[in-house]
Design a protein around this ligand. Structure first.
Ligand code: ADP
Ligand code: ZN
Length: 727
């Protein structure tokens, strides 16, 4: 394809987005970033994995005259991107050491003829000694330089690559060319490093929210991990997923075990032969293998968009790594799962690894990071909120889609357990830490267990409870103030003034039972499952013909849209997200034929009219707690209220409690259709407002407790609605 197809078209970014990528709107800060780049400014863009970073330089590359150079750390990543661009009809290429002299010659010629829009390069090639590449590139009309995975330039990042340091020379070589640096992970230090080392010129910095709304976070106590994994996989039979293990050996064993249970699984770790690694990775990308069981060596540069789940069989070392690994799920925006199996044993094993002889400062940092990871596993509040706050992002409300938000806690009487624990601490004369106390309770045969302690009455009285659960209970007793952990180098457990009442049986203790995860609500959009399978087959055949992974042809999200809205014509197909002009021309007909045949069989017609703009559609499919019916039930209460009926009467008529009715009405206070004064007396508002401001609006019970008898739940809800409206 000749470059003139692109030149002087004077397209707007949004037109180019539709034409070349088939998307109807920008995500996150894409539009602003693209505008800056086109205006010739330097940019640093921070966006979560799957956020859509590539588009931030690919679209400008299409719109600007000349060549865009993209620096990228891995061949696999480059190949993927180049395939993707070519399938969209954008000429792109990469230099790599496996190319023959002939191939490189051809590529050089194409570059000279202006026939390439994007050229991908590894950083070491750009400044390598033997290569005269840089002077050649300087002879070309370069319009933009993009640096992908820019955090690789920083020692502080988790993925430092010395080759990246050479990029410090870029601005000297190309002083007038705008540079865009992109990364999914950059804490403050890394960010500063990127800006300094690249020597960016008055850069605009864009930070998108790192929340990955389509990922559901789950943590379960690790008990019988393989069985737990199998029951999870049972619900993901057709899906692609990544399973992370800590050791190389366990990746291989687990992959074997999965295979013998009928799953298409392969292992991946840094110790494997290069050829084996590439083969397994390639098979995964092409959906020939559904599951990769890997160490964390696997993942960077994996752009596979339809990874439906990520499982951590072992505790990750820190939140940064965990978040990046889970982020590899659901790049296509469809609902995806992250599952972590947590055990206290893993935590203490990692603690030992984290201590580095002779480097106290580094050890302290690693231990702190591990501790934050353990806290995450033990949370009884929204996990997403914790993650966002960890990354310095404000996330005020509960997410409604992590396991904590989706579960209800059951409490049970833990008095007896508490008595056992406290008496063990007492009999050990408050001189031992939690691990020893638990060993005593469980009757450990460990050689560290002193002989005299084996004679104690408490020795072995808690053998029926697992170590992990004991840690949880001790943690809970500390939190409730019945135990205390000293702040020493060797922390020990001590009793408190409250302990005595428990030991004497005067005080009852409640613990939270292990969570029960609710059934997920089904997705709101029903699609034709059989048709989806047929479309998958069409896609697979095209992918084989074109010799690229299936997701490069079309994403799963695009197939699901087709199977939902059943487009019958090219114009209708154009409305499906992911169909740009080139894909429409090349593959449109095949998909249309399949859809039309299916519709004829089942007497179905196009539903494209129901396709609302993306944003609204998302709201409908979101797994929110309010069932679709709830808006109707609210409206019904509101109508009756407007008809002049008092709340109590509406409640009787509808068989609901007055509180529920007031809750319904508070919704209309929030929308502005009702005045707060219709429900709450003016003089009562300040007290309620005060309480909400101090304690938040997530949980009503504590608010009610603070405000006392004179204030009803309905009044509190009404003021919450009113305050939300004011905001
Ligand atoms: P990142 O590099 O930030 O991890 P990618 O650039 O690979 O993410 O984009 C992730 C997915 O999102 C890709 O499949 C891409 O085509 C898609 N995408 C990017 N921008 C948009 C958009 N504006 N609308 C719809 N999909 C988009
Ligand atoms: Zn949550």
């Amino acid at each position: 394809m000749h470059i003139s197809t692109f030149a002087h078209q004077n397209m707007t970014p949004i037109q180019a987005l539709q034409k070349y990528f088939g998307y109807s709107e920008f995500r996150h800060e894409q539009e602003a970033i693209i505008q800056h780049v086109i205006n010739g400014k330097d940019v640093l863009a921070l966006m979560p994995t799957g956020g859509g970073k590539s588009l931030c330089y690919q679209l400008p590359a299409v719109l600007m005259d000349g060549l865009t150079i993209v620096i990228s750390p891995l061949i696999a990543l480059m190949k993927d991107q180049v395939d993707n661009l070519n399938v969209n009809g954008i000429p792109a290429a990469f230099f790599n050491s496996s190319q023959t002299v002939d191939e490189q010659g051809q590529l050089t010629q194409k570059l000279k003829n202006n026939q390439i829009k994007l050229l991908y390069l590894a950083p070491e090639r750009l400044f390598g000694n033997e290569s005269r590449l840089i002077s050649f590139l300087k002879s070309l009309p370069v319009s933009l330089i993009a640096i992908d995975e820019a955090h690789c330039i920083s020692h502080w990042g988790h993925d430092f690559r010395p080759e990246y340091l050479a990029l410090a020379g870029l601005k000297n070589e190309f002083p007038k060319i705008p540079v865009i640096a992109l990364t999914a992970t950059a804490d403050k230090l890394t960010k500063k490093d990127i800006l300094e080392k690249l020597n960016l010129n008055d850069p605009a910095i864009f930070v998108s929210s790192f929340n990955r709304a389509n990922i559901t976070y789950n943590v379960i106590p690790k008990k019988n991990s393989f069985d737990q994994l199998l029951s999870f996989l049972d619900e993901h039979k057709e899906d692609s997923g990544i399973i992370y293990c800590l050791s190389r050996k366990s990746t291989e064993e687990l992959a074997e075990d999965l295979k013998s249970n009928g799953y298409l699984a392969e292992a991946y770790h840094a110790g494997m032969e290069h050829a084996d690694k590439s083969r397994n990775q390639e098979a995964f990308l092409r959906d020939d293998v559904k599951i990769i069981v890997a160490t964390i060596a696997f993942g960077m540069g994996i752009n596979k968009s339809n990874v439906r789940y990520v499982v951590h069989m072992d505790l990750p070392k820190n939140i940064e790594g965990y978040y990046q690994e889970t982020g590899r799920a659901g790049r296509d925006g469809l609902p995806s799962d992250a599952l972590l199996l947590y055990s206290y044993g893993d935590a203490s094993k990692l603690q030992r690894f984290a201590r580095i002889e002779g480097n106290e400062a580094q050890s302290a940092i690693m231990l702190k990071k591990l501790d934050d990871m353990v806290k995450y596993c033990q949370l009884q509040t929204c996990r997403r909120q914790y993650l966002m706050r960890y990354f310095d992002e404000d996330f005020p409300a509960n997410c409604g889609s992590c396991d904590v938000c989706l579960s209800e806690y059951e409490k049970f009487d833990g008095t007896l357990i508490a008595q056992k624990a406290l008496s063990a601490v007492a009999r050990l004369k408050e001189r031992f830490g939690s691990t020893y106390v638990i060993d005593l309770l469980r009757g450990s045969k460990n050689e560290k267990m002193r002989e005299e302690h084996k004679q104690l009455k408490t020795y072995g009285i808690g053998a029926d409870i697992s170590k992990t659960d004991w840690h949880r209970y001790l943690h809970e007793l500390v939190a409730q103030g019945y135990l205390l952990i000293t702040d020493d180098a060797y922390p020990v457990l001590k009793l408190t003034t409250k302990s005595d009442a428990v030991l004497k049986g005067e005080q009852k203790i409640e613990f939270i039972a292990t969570q029960t995860i609710h059934e997920k609500q089904p997705e709101a959009i029903p699609y034709e499952a059989d048709l989806l399978n047929r479309l998958r087959n069409v896609r697979r055949d095209i992918a084989i013909k074109e010799n690229v992974p299936a997701y490069i042809i079309l994403s799963d999200a695009t197939l699901v849209e087709m199977a939902t809205y059943l487009p019958q014509t090219r114009d209708e197909l154009r409305m499906i997200s992911g169909f740009g002009d080139i894909k429409l021309a090349r593959y449109g007909e095949e998909f249309l034929q399949t859809i039309k045949a299916y519709c004829a069989e089942w007497n179905l017609t196009s539903k494209i009219k129901h396709k609302t703009p993306k944003r609204e559609r998302k709201a409908k499919t979101e797994r929110s707690k309010s069932a679709p019916r709830s808006s109707d039930t609210r409206l019904e209460s509101f109508k009756l209220y407007r008809a002049g009926k008092p709340v109590t009467e509406i409640a009787t008529e509808r068989g609901l409690s007055p509180n529920t009715i007031e809750g319904h009405l508070s919704y209309f206070i929030q929308t502005g259709e009702m005045d707060v004064l219709e429900i709450v007396k003016k003089e009562k508002i300040p007290a309620i407002q005060d309480a909400i401001e101090s304690y938040g609006q997530e949980r009503l019970a504590p608010l009610k407790e603070i405000l006392g008898e004179d204030y009803s739940y309905g009044e509190i809800k009404a003021v919450i609605g009113w305050m939300n409206r004011m905001q």
